[in-house]
Write a protein that binds this ligand. Structure first.
Ligand code: PBG
Length: 325
């Protein structure tokens, strides 16, 4: 054959392949979501997330130290709140002496350079298991904003670097921004869960926090998986309201949304590689059906290729070990 163009020439050897590689994974891109428990000396594995543990604060500090050694220096903690402390208004979420603010202070005291992105939503603290106030089966938007702002302010006071509203209430980014600024927290950022879909892939996370909705679903606030233009509308609003980063969640079934936000925004874009995406790879790998490490790296790289600058992933530590090689 007389072929002028032979793309295989650029795939001939490993060194050549490395030269022409377009996208790279780096530990610098990762935020590691972690689950914090009350008490001391506690570690329990989440059944639906093999290899991921809920840790009490003391044990989590050891875990963070191990991650920092591997180059993972940004974390997204989530608190597992005792059922007895949950109520309709998520009051525990803005208790300055509660598990979460105390944990934030401990981490910042021990690891000042570590970046903490803290989640803002009512569900871990809500007796209804919803992200907003429930009134007669309806999720109230505007009344919820006040609770979210109180929660965000306590997190900022405790030392959070980035506030991550994951609740999908309208107007919450601007509302939280204003509350932070009024209290002198101009330097605390907001990473908005901009396009957060009503997804089946959050199941294992809800096991981890015992935070599944007690009735109904989250479809009146989380987005319809069928929609992509709506993600651009959310991105426009979050940007106007002062978000510093935009996030798409989940990642794998929404790579087109990541790409679309990347193409339409100048802000950094984050992808949340969620619990169910982690569980699928782990389950298949445990059965010997796929090579778990290769599948993990391929998925993470896919998120970068789609345009994510940042990846929140339960694989952060494992991927860091492999990248270190
Ligand atoms: C709740 C929240 C959820 C996740 C992060 N924050 C679950 C939900 O919306 O029900 C999911 C993360 C994951 O599945 O890894 N505000």
């Amino acid at each position: 054959m007389n072929l002028t163009r032979r793309p295989r020439r650029n795939r001939r050897t490993e060194v050549i392949r490395n030269l022409v590689q377009e996208n790279h994974l780096s530990v610098n891109d990762f935020i590691y979501p972690i689950f914090v428990l009350e008490g001391e000396n506690k570690a329990n594995e989440i059944t639906s997330m093999p290899g991921i543990f809920r840790y009490s604060t003391d044990k989590m500090l050891d875990e963070i130290a191990a991650c920092v050694d591997l180059g993972v220096k940004a974390f997204a903690p989530f608190p597992n709140i005792d059922e007895s402390k949950k109520d309709r208004f998520a009051t525990e979420s803005y208790n300055p002496e509660g598990l979460f603010p105390s944990f934030i202070r401990e981490v910042k005291r021990n690891f000042p350079e570590v970046v903490l992105m803290t989640d803002v939503a009512m569900d871990p603290y809500s007796s209804d298991g919803h992200d907003g106030i429930v009134d007669n089966g309806e999720i109230l938007n505007d009344a919820t904003l006040e609770i979210l702002a109180k929660m965000a302010l306590e997190q900022a006071r405790a030392g959070a670097d980035i506030i991550g509203p994951s609740d999908m209430m309208d107007g919450r980014v601007g509302f939280i921004r204003e509350r932070l600024d009024q209290n002198g927290f101009q330097n605390v950022s907001i990473m908005s869960y901009t396009a957060k879909y009503a997804s089946a892939f959050y199941g294992p996370f809800r096991d981890a926090l015992d935070s599944a909705p007690k009735f109904g679903d989250k479809k009146t606030y989380q987005m319809n998986p069928a929609n992509s233009r709506e993600a651009l509308l959310e991105a426009e609003l979050d940007t106007a309201e002062g978000a510093d980063y935009l996030m798409v969640k989940p990642a794998l079934a929404y790579l087109d949304v990541i790409k679309s936000l990347r193409d339409h925004s100048h802000l950094p874009i984050a992808a949340y590689n969620v619990s169910g995406e982690y569980a699928m790879i782990k389950a298949a790998a445990q059965n010997g059906w796929i090579n778990g490490e290769k599948a993990m790296l391929e998925c993470l790289l896919g998120m970068k290729r789609a345009g994510a600058d940042i990846i929140l992933t339960y694989f952060a530590k494992e991927a860091a070990q492999l990248l270190k090689g």
